[in-house]
Structure formats: C-alpha cells, structure tokens
Write a protein of this length. Structure first.
Length: 435
C-alpha cells in the first residue's frame, strides 16, 4: 500500500450504492478524433408479379451462433510484461460518457482484471468481486478476511483462464490497519468465488501475482519471491532478498523482474528461482516494473526512474523526477512520438520519457501527487492524483489535457476495446464513447 506521507488510512465502505446509470454528461476537453456513424439498417423491399405464386416451400437452416467473447486482461498492467498499454477502438477517446457505476467498496487502490463479460477486482478491505461488464451488476463477492471488518489488501488478482481460477494476495486476514500482517495467497474459482487453496504468508503480501504456465509468482513483506503450483498451491521455489517486495513481478523471456525496499532490482529465472542478475542503485522500489523493447523500466522512491537492460542488467539511463516515484510505468509506441515511457511522480507531474535515451519529451502538471500507475488507452494516457482526488487524461503525443473526472486516487483506468473502467476512490465507473 502507498503509505509514504499518507497518514492513517481508514478502509471504510463507499457511500455510493450499486447502481446502473447512463449519464448525459460528457467528460472531456477535446471533441477531435473519429466521429462514430451509425450504419443504416437494411431496408425490406416488396415486389409484385402477375405470375401465379409458386407453392410454398419450407427450408431449414442452422442458427448462426454469435462469436464467443474471449477478451482477456489477466494481470495488473494488462499482461505479464505489465506495460499498461491497452488497445482500444478508434472511438474510445475523450469525450466519454458514464455508462454505469458500482459502489459499496472499500478503497479501490488497484484495478480490475477482465475475462469475457466479467470484471474481477479486490478492494482494500480484502473483498474479491465479480461484476458483469455490460450491466455493472455484482455477480458474487468473496471476503478473504477472517471476520467481518477484518482484512487488508492492496493488489490486483491474477487470472488463470485455462483452469478458471484466480490468485489473490492478501496483506492481513485479521487486521485492517496499516502494518497489519498475517496474510495469504489464495486461489479462488472465477465462476463461483469458492476458495480452492490457500498458502499462508505470515508477513503479508501486496504484490500483484503473475501466472505463467502452471506457476504463480508474487513477493511478500519479508522480502521473499515465491513460486507456487497454480493448481495446488504447492511450493515450487522461494528466492530471498534483503528487503520487502511490494511490487508485482513482471515476466519476460523466462525471467521475473522486480525491485525491493532495500534498493535492489532483480532478474530471476522463473523456472529455477535462481538469480540472473541484480543491480543495487539504492532507494526503495515500490513501483511494479514494465518490460518492453528489451528493457525493464521502474520507478524508485528516491525520485528516480530507471531503465535496465533486461538481458544483462546494465543500467541504461536514469531520470530524477522530483518526488517519490511510486508510480508504475506505462510503455507504448506512440505515432509521432515513438517508444515512450509514461510515469508519474509525487512532484505532481506526469512525464513522457524517450524509452531508449531517457530524454523527457514532455511533462504535464496535475497539481497533486501521482501515486498510482499511468495507463495508456489508444492515444490517451491517464493518471489519478492521491491527495486532491481526480483523474486526468492527456494526449499521449503532445501532453495536452483531454479528460478530467473528479474522482480517482491511485491507478486510474483499464480498458477493453470499447469501454474504459475507472477506479474512483470507493466507486468503480464504466465509460463509453460519448458519440
């Protein structure tokens, strides 16, 4: 959990009740882009003829089944490399309109994952929820805490669609305040919410898991990176470091990439659990890294953003960004700008950084600390502010502001091709194109 200078955090239920809403209000600053045109409906025609009508005939045909929606965003950051770059239809850009909202959550610090018509997420009160994407209706919820009012979490579930299960990491089963321990990793049925197995994590974990093949990987507060069998919860291996692992590991080409609170950044072989390389630039790594273009990108609480060679570990560049960099980077190849890293800082700025050189292409001020990860959806990059609550969208090429919504604190949005989902403090919102 992001607790630097945040004071005590009370996990209270949101005041907004679950509701379906279609709002006429449009949130956005720019009306540019493609206008969506409705396709005209096919018109029936009638013809007449003087010839006698032929005798009626009966034909049968096999009904055409609609295509199965297999769209999946299985992990925090979208996929195993955690690049937070979401493909979208050309119409999914500001201005946007509200389609529905779902309240009655504890604080929403980390975003959902998606499978078909389902959103799955866990609020900071350690309650896992399955929601219908189209309607916003709650399908089921599963409280991971050991009693009513117990439970503390700060992570995103990981989906194993093949086995129809997800793995969640929990900071505490019995506590609900900062510093509570006694957590677990657990597998939960995606269909029913039933617990399939659990693995005790005495120090607690806020590391969003990642699943590769038959293994799930996550870190914990004691500095251990753990690999479990995703079907059984049996231990494959553990890797001990010298500081808390708060970040979720990113996976690329057989290796796991993550940092710890002792100021070290690692690449570990996912099959064997053996160190491939390590760098120790100092500070503290809270940021969950992204791996792209053969490089691992990550923020540090000393105010720096780093790029390491994913293969050798060589430090390729670093930038001083003026404040804690809790934010995880989003990485995308933007037309007219190129390969770019987007990352926020506690200095209140969002930075667009050349992914190869570390040069800053532009920065945009939001007036308050950025704690959560940036997210790219199409040609728009989104962030939220943690003290003065709000969510912002900027043109990914120019840095011009194109979106604002007065709710949101941590990681702002995720997206499927036609809709955007925004975490607004205690309420989950769905936005769709305004026209």
């Amino acid at each position: 959990m992001r607790f630097l200078q945040l004071g005590s955090l009370r996990l209270a239920a949101g005041v907004a009740a679950a509701a379906l809403a279609v709002a006429a209000v449009v949130y956005g600053f720019a009306a540019g882009g493609h206008r969506a045109h409705a396709r005209p409906a096919a018109q029936a025609t009638t013809t007449t003829s003087s010839a006698a009508a032929p005798p009626p005939t009966t034909t049968t045909s096999t009904p055409v089944k609609p295509p199965v929606d297999n769209f999946t965003l299985p992990f925090y950051g979208g996929h195993a490399t955690r690049t937070r770059d979401f493909a979208a239809r050309p119409t999914l850009h500001p201005p946007l309109r509200l389609a529905w909202k779902l309240g009655r959550n504890a604080l929403l610090e980390f975003p959902p994952v998606i499978w078909r018509n389902n959103l799955y997420y866990m609020d900071d009160g350690a309650t896992v929820k399955r929601v219908n994407i189209r309607t916003g209706q709650l399908i089921w919820e599963k409280h991971m805490g050991s009693c009513h009012g117990c439970g503390l979490s700060a992570s995103t579930p990981a989906l194993d669609v093949r086995h129809r299960l997800m793995v969640v990491s929990v900071l505490s089963l019995t506590g609900s305040t900062i510093g509570a321990v006694g957590g677990e990793a657990a597998a939960v049925s995606m269909l029913s919410g039933r617990t399939l197995w659990s693995y005790p994590v005495p120090s607690g974990s806020e590391s969003s898991p990642v699943i590769v093949g038959n293994s799930v990987y996550f870190g914990d507060q004691a500095g251990t990176l753990t690999s479990l069998n995703v079907r059984t919860g049996a231990v494959n291996w553990t890797f001990q470091t010298g500081g808390s692992i708060k970040a979720g590991p990113a996976y690329w080409h057989g290796n796991l990439y993550f940092g710890n609170y002792a100021g070290s950044f690692y690449a570990v072989n996912a099959r064997t659990g053996r160190e491939v390389w390590a760098q120790s630039p100092g500070g503290q790594f809270y940021s969950t890294p992204a791996v792209a273009y053969g490089r691992a990108y990550v923020g540090n609480n000393d105010g720096s953003a780093f790029a390491f060679s994913a293969t050798s570990g060589a430090q390729l560049w670093s930038d001083s960004l003026g404040g804690y960099v809790y934010s995880g980077p989003a990485v995308a190849d933007i037309p007219g700008l190129g390969q770019t890293v987007y990352i926020g800082s506690y200095d209140g700025d969002l930075y667009a950084i050349n992914a190869a050189t570390g040069g800053i292409d532009w920065s945009a001020s939001v007036g308050s600390a950025i704690s959560g990860s940036a997210t790219v959806v199409g040609h728009t990059v989104y962030v939220s502010t943690v003290y003065v609550r709000g969510s912002y969208g900027f043109d990914a090429r120019t840095g011009k502001q194109v979106f604002y919504f007065p709710h949101g604190s941590y990681t702002t949005v995720i997206a499927e091709p036609g809709a955007l989902f925004l975490m607004g403090d205690y309420v989950l919102y769905k936005f769709v194109p305004a026209r």
